[in-house]
Write a protein that binds this ligand. Structure first.
Ligand code: HEC
Ligand code: HEC
Length: 380
């Protein structure tokens, strides 16, 4: 507030000086004052954020770490070639039966890795039961899917290609044949998996896509803040962080991704409204895992709605409100919700525009299967 006043004050002083120089022209001075008044707040917005007034304890800050530039797995040869191939495969619609769906259809890389649908239309317009989570930072999660049924991104990537409601390729062999029909893919696999007897095999499709996904990170002001630049967040955002930590959100949303590191019950204190999806119990067949879901990342959370495993909640305010009620047993005030949401905005990072750019894909040949046109196209 003080800053606004002083900036406006300065503008008025300048106007006053101008006024003295152009003594006679009162009309112009009035116009100038009006301009100064409208311009002043914009100037305030354009200046660096106010230094944070509130001190956050080291104990709180130690729960979080800045995001890495790349989430490395095992060190492997020909990493650059694998990433380049993975980028092609991520955008490759010909891996799907309709030849209309790629990973990027549901995990839009230029849109924070999501499609903003409650559930995503896949093969023949079918929708699964779960919301598509973002692929940004997924490589760093303890495991993959809402129920943790895949270990890592390399293994995960093979699932959707064959899933009937997603890309619906009939078999691994079909996928390999599609790729083998295009000589540039054969060469790209040879470059990415040098020395392997059979570079173009289904498992390597996953390895290449995973190598690409390991570079999907979006550093934000939050990371600057954690690295010690206390002015990277506004005072209001720091307030929101302190509410988040004080009420207990960070017990689950913690670490480098503020999520992704554990599974927790949806409805720890108060039963979750939608009890249809058994969550992790569907994988472990263990009743104590009912309604257990992976704690999702909060990075880019203002951009990745609708929220929760079923995509049932449209606004972030409502999602935060429900977390207070069902996970912590507290009724957060409107101000507390707004404050947390303000801080969550600082977790919105920068999309790596060059890294995600859709590469040129090889042309189909006579040997490439034709698309199955008997199905409805995925997107209007
Ligand atoms: C039709 C939409 C659709 C397509 C196409 C699709 N996905 Fe997904 N993806 C989903 C949904 C829905 C989930 C969550 C499913 C679950 O948890 O059971 C998911 C989960 C994931 C996850 C796990 C993220 C996490 O937080 O655990 C990753 C990684 C991922 N997909 C990558 C891919 C890749 C790579 C491809 C292409 C080979 C792909 N997806 C194709 C909808 C899609
Ligand atoms: C006991 C662990 C736990 C606590 C505490 C907790 N959460 Fe969650 N959070 C989860 C789980 C599990 C989910 C996924 C639930 C689902 O999808 O059904 C989730 C989901 C979310 C989502 C939706 C993310 C998405 O991509 O759909 C937001 C936002 C969120 N939490 C914010 C918060 C905030 C803010 C607090 C504190 C008020 C909080 N959480 C406290 C475990 C927790």
């Amino acid at each position: 507030m003080t800053r606004t006043i002083s900036v406006t004050g300065l503008a008025l002083v300048i106007v006053a000086c101008n006024n003295q120089q152009a003594e006679a022209n009162k009309g112009a001075a009035v116009a100038a004052v009006a301009t100064a008044a409208t311009v002043a707040p914009a100037t305030t917005v354009a200046t660096a954020p106010k230094p944070a007034v509130k001190e956050i304890s080291e104990r709180v800050l130690r729960r979080f770490t800045p995001v890495r530039a790349r989430i490395e797995g095992e060190q492997q040869p020909a990493m650059e070639e694998r990433v380049a191939l993975g980028r092609m495969l991520f955008h490759e619609t010909r891996l799907s039966m309709s030849q209309a769906i790629s990973c990027n259809s549901c995990h839009r890389l230029d849109n924070y890795g999501v499609d903003n649908e409650a559930t995503s239309p896949g093969h023949d317009g079918q929708r699964g039961k779960r919301n598509s989570p973002t692929v940004y930072h997924a490589a760093g999660f303890a495991d993959q899917f809402w129920d943790g049924r895949a270990e890592d991104v390399e293994q995960q990537a093979l699932g959707p290609i064959l899933a009937g409601v997603e890309m619906a390729a009939p078999s691994p062999k079909y996928v390999v044949n599609v790729l083998k029909s295009m000589p540039p893919y054969v060469q790209a696999f040879q470059r990415a998996f040098p020395g392997e007897k059979e570079p173009l095999k289904f498992a390597n499709v996953g390895v290449a896509i995973g190598a690409f996904e390991r570079g999907l990170v979006t550093p934000s002001r939050w990371d600057d803040y954690l690295r010690g630049n206390k002015e990277a967040l506004t005072a209001e955002e720091v307030d929101g962080l302190s509410v988040f930590a004080e009420v207990g959100c960070a017990d689950c949303h913690t670490g480098e991704f503020l999520g992704g590191s554990m599974h927790k019950k949806a409805g720890v204190v108060q039963p979750w409204p939608n009890q249809e999806d058994p969550g992790r119990a569907g994988v472990t067949k263990n009743d104590s895992d009912r309604m257990m879901f992976k704690v999702p990342t909060l990075r880019n959370i203002t951009k990745t709605g609708p929220y929760f495993h079923d995509g049932s909640v449209k606004t972030l305010d409502e999602a935060v409100n429900m977390m207070g009620k069902h996970q912590l047993g507290i009724d957060l005030s409107q101000e507390e919700v707004a404050s947390i949401v303000t801080w969550l905005g600082s977790l919105t990072g920068q999309i790596p525009t060059d890294y995600i750019k859709k590469p040129d894909l090889p042309e189909s040949t006579v040997g490439t299967p034709r698309p199955d046109r008997s199905v409805a196209s995925n997107r209007p």
